[in-house]
Design a protein. Structure first.
Length: 255
């Protein structure tokens, strides 16, 4: 007789994770490997550390270097991943960047760079992933990484806010079209996490204090805080969850 815990196992699955070289992407890749999945780690940076940690768990890991702002690279990523595994079961769209500047001074380049990675790459990679899943007639899971700024406007991050709001909407759209075909699409909205993206905020004593004052948990989040959510959304335990964004934020939105 199977246990409910069996529904969280990912044995025999393959997960493609973008932004997997460090930070939240690496943390989620390692969590999926802990749950039993083999990993395709995609990043513009070397992901050797991620590969070594995944292999130390007894799982297989391929690393693919790619600049996801180049749309021609996206099809190559999926084709190379298919050489590693005949079935891509899980896609985690974590790769993302941020640019900070006042609204009236924000440049076209900072707008285009952020939108290129944070939403364009999410759309086109998800599309390629879905096409591969439909071709093999298999179930699949897409997990997009949203943000607190999928719910709020933020300050001095116009392209980031726009892109992460779009991620939440795209997540719902994909779920609407693909749920009946065995493909779940959901999102995780991390709260204020101790990563490279938030280094300027944490270095600003006043800004950091104001952020911490609003978080009921009283601390910045870490990559480990996303492990449970990503394994849940990647696993059969979440088969009837579609188009939803789970906030992992220490209670930030509750305030």
């Amino acid at each position: 007789m199977s246990s409910i815990l069996d529904s969280f196992k990912l044995n025999g699955k393959t997960a493609l994770v973008t932004g997997a070289a460090r930070g939240l992407g690496q943390g989620m890749a390692l969590a999926l490997a802990e749950a039993g999945a083999d990993i395709v780690a995609v990043d513009i940076l070397p992901a050797d550390d991620t590969r070594k940690q995944v292999e130390a768990m007894g799982r297989k890991c391929a690393t693919l270097a790619a600049n996801l702002s180049d749309r021609s690279a996206i099809g190559t990523v999926v084709e190379e991943a298919k050489k590693f595994s005949s079935h891509l079961d899980i896609l985690v769209n974590c790769a993302g960047i941020i640019r900070r500047e006042d609204f009236d001074k924000f440049s076209e380049k900072d707008w285009d760079d952020v939108m290129g990675i944070n939403i364009n790459a999410v759309f086109f990679l998800s599309q390629k992933f879905v096409q591969a899943a439909l071709a093999r007639q298999g179930k699949a899971k897409i997990i997009n990484i949203a943000s607190m700024l999928s719910f709020q406007g933020g300050i001095r991050v116009p392209s980031y806010t726009a892109s992460k709001s779009a991620v939440q909407g795209l997540t719902r759209l994909i779920a609407n079209e693909m749920a009946s075909k065995g493909i779940n699409c959901n999102a995780i909205a991390p709260g204020y996490m101790a990563t490279d993206n938030t280094a300027p905020l944490r270095a600003d004593a006043n800004r950091s204090a104001s952020i911490l004052d609003r978080i009921p948990a009283g601390r910045w989040g870490t990559p480990d805080d996303l492990k449970g959510a990503v394994v849940f959304l990647a696993s059969p335990a979440s088969d009837y969850i579609n188009g939803y964004t789970i906030a992992v934020d220490g209670g930030w939105l509750a305030r």
